[in-house]
Design a protein around this ligand. Structure first.
Ligand SMILES: C=C(O[C@H]1C=CC=C(C(=O)O)[C@@H]1O)C(=O)O
Length: 470
């Protein structure tokens, strides 16, 4: 990788871009290889969600990631390099990243946070065994042509070009100049028009009975076959108009600022979106953090009720056990990878607008040879979304859930050129296709679970999404 940071605005003239691209193309001619050129350019403050709404073409893949509490938003528009895999997805993704970055030329304001090329990834819950055409492949990874970032008041455009010997450089520079011009002179005009309207929708009842599955699960737990199983429930709805993605995500970011608001589009009209409270893993300069999130209760209608529900959750034996199983699993997996996990014990409350959870933060220093994808492969799926023992739990999920999880409860996130990255667990999520949306929510069943309470928990989680729909 060739890195040439520049603090000046020299890059922003047409000739500067063209010179860089021309010299890289000469290398392509010699080596007969694709060469990645990435420009990171500071721009006036923008809302990446509003730019996504303007620039996104439904026929192209896109990705959106926002963590309102960290004042971070990233939009990835138009794939420049794309990988779609089914088997050996994490290994193939790592190879794809390495080969794409080999010989890459990075220029511009690289000392800005979130500068440089970022790869955006969505994985399905289960790896597909067969090559049938799914809505989303087991692994969808892409480097966008346009990456828009807003972080703590600073905004950035990262423009990525995968150059070939035949690339028409003039056209590439024209496209870049046009985008910069739009961002520099019209960005204030890009904003999300919030709406107060609630959208009428029709529910299509699902035939599978979650109550029956919960009863069967409790029997399996009694016999010692399982300790925990996370069963999910889909809710299918139809709306009078296709999903208004920008407004829906805007509602989510306002109502759930502690969550990671996300969306990923497969370029064929299907969009997976949501607001996840659960981080699977973040890795920055070898510092790893992962969330243990399991055990739930509603928020109270009054402060007194809220405090009482929170206290009950903190001391409830069943929820404590459900949480402990996830904590033990995560710490064991990290130890197996050669790390020494530290926990923020005891579990504390993570309070969202309509629900609260037990949360423990686990941190560790990752050894240099480990990539974030190695950690992902070891952690996914945790017992927060599958169960214990994991393999048996996955078999029962396949047996009891009469629908495909697709990207629900699966890793979704980004990795940059330094190997840093972050993945959320795709819960509190939905899959939309025009006027049809399937919402997903699940609950962990352990000894002592009561079917009615678990059902109420699933309904509460589904409400997160129903209230956001526009
Ligand atoms: C599986 C989901 O939530 C998980 C995360 C937090 C709390 C959970 C629980 O209390 O059951 C679940 O383990 C979901 O929201 O679909």
């Amino acid at each position: 990788m060739q890195v040439s940071p520049s603090r000046t605005k020299l890059l922003q003239d047409r000739r500067g871009f063209l010179n860089t691209l021309t010299s890289c193309q000469q290398d392509c001619l010699k080596t007969h290889q694709v060469r990645l050129v990435s420009f990171s350019i500071e721009i006036p403050t923008i809302d990446p969600l509003a730019v996504l709404q303007r620039w996104h073409d439904p026929k192209q893949h896109f990705f959106y990631w926002e963590k309102p509490q960290e004042s971070l938003a990233m939009a990835a528009i138009a794939p420049e390099l794309l990988l779609q895999v089914n088997t050996q997805r994490f290994t193939k993704t790592q190879q794809f990243l390495e080969s794409s970055l080999d010989q890459a030329v990075l220029q511009g304001q690289l000392d800005c946070p979130f500068a440089g090329p970022h790869f955006f990834c969505g994985f399905t819950f289960f790896e597909a065994k067969h090559h049938h055409p799914p809505l989303f492949p087991s692994g969808l990874v892409f480097l966008p042509r346009w990456q828009l970032v807003s972080y703590q008041g600073q905004s950035l455009l990262v423009a990525n070009f995968a150059l070939e010997a035949t690339s028409q450089l003039d056209r590439l520079v024209d496209a870049l100049m046009q985008k910069l011009e739009q961002l520099q002179t019209h960005a204030q005009g890009f904003h999300i028009q919030p709406t107060q309207e609630t959208i009428p929708f029709q529910c299509c009842p699902h035939t599978s009975s979650i109550e029956q599955s919960i009863q069967k699960t409790l029997t399996l737990i009694q016999t010692g076959e399982l300790q925990k199983l996370v069963l999910a429930h889909p809710l299918d709805i139809t709306t009078p108009a296709p999903l208004a993605l920008g407004q829906t995500l805007h509602r989510l970011r306002q109502r759930y600022p502690e969550c990671c608001v996300f969306a990923i589009g497969n370029g064929e009209g299907q969009i997976f979106w949501g607001a996840s409270p659960e981080r699977l893993v973040s890795l920055r300069d070898r510092h790893l953090v992962t969330d243990v999130l399991a055990g739930s209760a509603p928020r109270g209608h009054s402060i007194i009720e809220d405090i009482s529900l929170g206290k009950k959750l903190l001391h409830n034996q069943k929820d404590g056990h459900e949480h402990q199983l996830v904590l033990e699993f995560i710490c064991n997996q990290l130890r197996t990878l050669g790390m020494r996990p530290q926990t923020s014990s005891p579990a504390h409350l993570m309070q969202l607008a309509n629900i609260q959870h037990l949360r423990t933060l686990v941190s560790a220093t990752a050894p240099c040879h480990l990539q974030i994808l190695d950690i992902l492969a070891a952690l996914h799926p945790t017992p927060a979304v599958a169960g214990t023992h994991r393999d048996r739990a996955c078999d029962y999920i396949r047996q009891y859930e009469a629908f495909d999880r697709h990207l629900y409860a699966a890793p979704l996130g980004w990795i940059n050129h330094r190997g840093d990255g972050e993945f959320a667990v795709g819960i509190r999520s939905a899959l939309s296709d025009g006027c049809h949306t399937r919402l997903y929510a699940g609950a962990g069943i352990v000894a002592g679970s009561e079917p009615q309470k678990e059902l109420a928990e699933v309904e509460l989680k589904l409400r997160t999404l129903l209230e956001a729909l526009v």
